[in-house]
Design a protein around this ligand. Sequence first.
Ligand code: BG6
Ligand code: BG6
Ligand code: GLC
Ligand code: GLC
Length: 917
Amino acid sequence: MFAVHLMAFYFTKLKEDQIKKVDRFLYHMRLSDETLLDIMARFQAEMQKGLGKDTNPTASVKMLPTFVRAIPDGSENGEFLSLDLGGSKFRVLKVQVSEEGKRNVQMESQFYPTPNEIIRGNGTELFEYVADCLADFMKTKELMEKKLPLGLTFSFPCKQTKLEEGVLLSWTKKFKARGVQGTDVVSSLTNAMRKHKDLDVDILALVNDTVGTMMTCAYDDPYCEVGVIIGTGTNACYMEDMSNIELVEGDEGRMCINTEWGAFGDDGALEDIRTEFDQELDLGSLNPGKQLFEKMISGLYVGELVRLILLKMAKAGLLFGGEKSSALHIKGKIETRHVAAMEKYKEGLANTREILTDLGLEPSEADCIAVQHVCTIVSFRSANLCAAALAAILTRLRENKKLVRLRTTVGMDGTLYKIHPQYPKRLHKVVRKLVPNCDVRFLLSESGSTKGAAMVTAVASRVQAQRKQIDKVLALFRLTREQLVGIRDKMRVELEYGLKRDTHPLATVKMLPTYVCGMPDGTEKGKFLALDLGGTNFRVLLVKIRSGRRSVRMYNKIFTIPLEIMQGTGEELFDHIVQCIADFLDYMGLKGAQLPLGFTFSFPCRQASIDKGTLIEWTKGFKATDCEGEDVVDMLREAIKRRNEFDLDIVAVVNDTVGTMMTCGYEDRNCEVGLIAGTGSNMCYMEEMRNIELVEGDEGKMCINTEWGGFGDNGCLDDIRTQYDKEVDEGSLNPGKQRYEKMTSGMYLGEIVRQILIDLTKQGLLFRGQISERLRTRGIFETKFLSQIESDRLALLQVRKILQQLGLDSTCEDSIVVKEVCGAVSRRAAELYGAGLAAIVEKRREDQGFEHLKITVGVDGTLYKLHPHFSRILQETVKELAPRCDVTFMLSEDGSGKGAALITAVAKRLQQARRQN
Ligand code: BG6
Ligand code: BG6
Ligand code: GLC
Ligand code: GLC
């Protein structure tokens, strides 16, 4: 009995001595609670640094956005392929996610070896190898016939700008294949797969193993918002608030951040706790100076640290009687599994003896106890460090949510965590001590990270399907060069039709003679009144022209025309106009003055002289009764008479295109075209008299108001008109009419956009499938909003604000789609304008028999002026479709009123000359 006690005493004493000896030797590796709290605080600061746009470039903890925005919600389904590369084992899998709403996942998998010559050889060969394994798997599982989406778990730091792309920042752990760093892993693998002709696989998602683990666990526990790997390498990810991620646009919801915490300390932040063993291990590694935190923690290094310590202790005579074996000198001889075995409760000591003996050593009882304690210190330090960093993440989550207590789940994986007998318990305990205000559940990912990767792929594949639907709609608005050439040529045909006496009555492009025959010559002078009706604003102007100096002074006032007047009776409309003139004269102190007046009337009028214009039909937003077929000059005169307050000498009625051409022509004599891209769409140009069969005489030129807005009214554009164009047409004041205008001008582009958005919402692709009252409201997308939304300078958030102002409650994804829709619609409009204009300038070039034509186009209209891309696309298209014309675009700064006054001045001069004769 005494002997037993003595033995026990002796053993306890022996153990104490050994432990003290090792503790003393590894004093530096034992971290106090204060140190851990300090490391936790340092890691919190590192996270902040990695998330900041300006600080990220120099941050060692990279905090990589993963573009995974939500944890699984159970609606995921389908069949997916999965690759899991970068951990201790390389696997190919097929994952089937249940369709029946129950959370049910079935997996079939196959492991493949990863020999050193592959993972440290040539990058191309590495990817070819991976593709070969995938092909082999698909053949064995008879999946070759299926086109399956693939999710790639790739456990290395990758910079992502979207889910299906990842540029490798650097290899870590055991991998070091050449030529991969800095390139997109997804495209490399896609390229490698092309070698297998029968392989038809789409890589939809690239995820880090931490992300896969978090998602795997979140599938079973929706509280899971952190993923941690303590395996070959170590790392963590967590769900961060978008508003804190400065590297990604948008601030709504959350996104998973792959911290890449393994690199913590690479900037020297952990030098005070790194030991000589850490330094030695680092120097002998594949990536010296890198992943310094990882090298103190993870499975690939824990055994090696133990070996280095044992060697040093032996050398110092503290172990094995000072003897070292040759095996103990070999790098990698002690592995994680050995450390785990040596630390087992019961068999630990026996295992230690066996392992040491296998290393060619002859350990005493005391040696075994000491070595076991070395393992404990090394693995304990690993757990402590992980706990400190994890505590920092948990604190961040709690603070983000502004909670006093956080309840959360951490998804865990990795061999060290899984096979080490005490590791999980130690880690959990320290975490709870460091963050007492967090209730943490640690959930082991039994099925690895691929189940989670499949969830991400499932969501991606749903998004991809939706994307395809959206693209299908947008594709309807894309015109090929051939189509544009076709439109240009059709326009040319219509122009000729309109000019010829026989075909004119049937022509949809009306080619109306304006009786404006020359450009101002600078001798014009006097004071004129001008009216400008039919654009966004109704203006009354006083224009003073001084001869010789080509200088014009203008005073104007904008008046509104209420909708009920625009669409009331003709008498009401003209009475209102006269009321506005009276107000203006009053305002200018010109009451009673009898001035010559030029009337810009931006609607199609048949003219027999410059001061007569019969309205053919209303366009745009006007629909006053009893006007069509009437002379608008007469109607204005009668209204003036009815008022019986003043008299005016109405000298000219001009279309806004003509006014614009004149305004610009006053400064640039080459200006022979007038273009309006505003509420409506139209163009005028100077035509040879000999080509105008409707007007007598062959000498000189006359301006033709093409009224090209009616192009397509005979069905010749039906091949490019979409269902949305038809809907806009049907809802307009003049169904079937002005089809080209309805595809190109400001008044309708917003309506086309609205129709598309309604359709996309119906298809469940926008606004959460909810069509709001607002979206049903006609005219909400005015040109100015369209222009704002498409501005490149605008961040997504601002787009969202504009949509919110319009009463459309959109997410950031919605905003992206809305912007794209606006872009597609306005681009088509600009291209159609370009094709139309190309037809005219080409005609002018040919008619004059020039090899090259130099011509100026005077332009006006809110679409042209406000839209950020419209003018550029229009100009590019003209260049492309009329390469032999050198077209200068001149913006009319002063509106068409100035031009109308100039025309009036010329007409007045001619009138007086006639009277004198
Ligand atoms: C596996 C996951 O379970 O764990 C991998 O499926 C991950 O994606 C791995 O990389 C990490 O552990 P280890 O020990 O294999 O590196
Ligand atoms: C103005 C002209 O500048 O532009 C008007 O003075 C013209 O005559 C108008 O109708 C066209 O643009 P919007 O966008 O106002 O229809
Ligand atoms: C390494 C990799 C990291 C990975 C971790 C665990 O740290 O850089 O991406 O998550 O190992 O496998
Ligand atoms: C409409 C009118 C036309 C006008 C154009 C631009 O197309 O019919 O006359 O020039 O709008 O305002």
